[in-house]
Design a protein. Structure first.
Length: 133
């Protein structure tokens, strides 16, 4: 593995973990702002998947589309073939989809976003990607 590629991947993973912590913190307050929690879950998933691409020395596209990133990741990592396509649902929470006048995600949708993000993080850890704590 190229040292520069590893350093680049670690930057993506570090940023992703900051979003994971933000989502966890925001979800733990009374009456959480579900759209912000879901946004951070989407960001975390996006950044983790981009980190995998960087780790495999692949171009990292400028997109928020989780399903697209997931397809690219699965093409380059046999260890991640089992990632659920359901992760693509997080795309609706991307920054360019935020609408301050839009409908707030339900608590159930927020919990699902947290679960999806957690399952992705777990899968990457199991596959030995260099995720920081």
């Amino acid at each position: 593995m190229n040292i520069q590629a590893l350093a680049n991947a670690v930057r993506w993973f570090t940023a992703a973990m900051a979003d994971v912590r933000a989502a966890q913190t925001l979800s733990a307050v009374p009456q959480p702002h579900a759209s912000l929690v879901c946004f951070h879950c989407q960001q975390a998933a996006e950044l983790m998947l981009k980190g995998v691409l960087a780790f495999h020395e692949q171009p990292v596209p400028s997109t928020h589309h989780i399903a697209l990133l997931l397809r690219q990741v699965k093409a380059h990592s046999a260890l991640l073939q089992g990632l659920p396509s359901e992760l693509g649902l997080l795309t609706v929470y991307a920054a360019d989809n935020l609408d301050p006048d839009g409908e707030e995600p339900s608590e159930e949708e927020m919990r699902r976003a947290l679960d999806l993000t957690s399952s992705l993080r777990h899968a990457l850890s199991q596959a030995k990607y260099p995720l920081p704590d």
